[in-house]
Design a protein around this ligand. Sequence first.
Ligand code: UFG
Length: 345
Amino acid sequence: MKKDTILVTGGTGYIGSHTVVELQQAGYHVVIIDDLSNSNVDVLDGIERITGIRPDFVEGDCTDMAVVKDLFAKYPGIKGIINFAASKAVGESMQKPILYYRNNLNTLMNLLDMMAEHGVKGIVFSSSCTVYGEPDENPVTEAAPIKKATSPYGNTKQISEEIITDVINAGAPFKSVILRYFNPVGAHQSAEIGELPNGVPQNLIPYVTQAAMGIRKELSVFGDDYDTPDGSCIRDYINVVDLAKAHVIAVERMLEDKSEAKIEIFNLGTGVGLSVLELISAFERATGVKVPHKIVGRRAGDIEKVWANPAYANEVLGWKAETPIEDTMRSAWNWQCRLRERGIM
Ligand code: UFG
């Protein structure tokens, strides 16, 4: 029997596409809306090759209420939403704050506005460990204080969490699960979908795989004078498929009313912090391919160290990030090789 219809905004993007695969494999009917501003429609082919099912797709911008209304008119059976549609480059958000506030906040508000009248039971929201800023202690639990955002991007995540909370506290007849991701990395094990950065990658792993491929001369390691064992920054790198699976559990939780709480917040990470230099070693060990790199100065705005305490998600969701980092690194490399085979990069 086919399960309910789930709307995935930003579903052709990096985390979105991996989540669509897991939703379909769990039996859900998926409708994607994406404006393709930072993704490619060919992603639908990759999803179909993995799952045998082509998700319904609408090309559209959710900041436009008319578009969102048309979408709900076309698919009246939507029972849950996962909202990935957002701009996500920290640096760009410093240059174009209005773009970030408009895209990220208007999209969320338009969706929330439509949920009650269409009987949607819940919304999963993509938040980030960025809300913790530089945490006072690691690993970080959900109870850690929210620190002042250091970029408009980060601020949109904080404000979005507040908007959801205010709307639900005002009596909206639906639930929300807010997921605070640590650093999502890797690709689907089939190498049919993965991360496709626009232009020069800003994030570590796409830069690592491109440097390993020879597309970039060398990776710049931003700083080796931090207060960490090897001096480079520490993050919690979580496999994107593990992360995607948590969304399926979150959706089920809301649709099946498994929790009394109307709003729940979970950290999604592995619980293990790895430094930039450790990650490079893990990549080289896993793939046998060298990553040319040099140490350069610190990048403005970087957090020194942050990793998750995922105990609450482990316990309450019955979910755990399980993929070993070496497997994740191999998946990222296989994806890079696939892009090369296809002449994309
Ligand atoms: N890094 C390098 N060289 C690079 C790129 C990154 O050394 O070329 C280092 C960074 O200094 C950092 C680590 O690799 O120590 C990870 O950097 P990322 O840019 O991959 O990710 P961030 O931890 O900076 O994450 C931030 C926000 C997230 C957001 C993400 C996406 O905290 O919320 O950027 O842009 F989702």
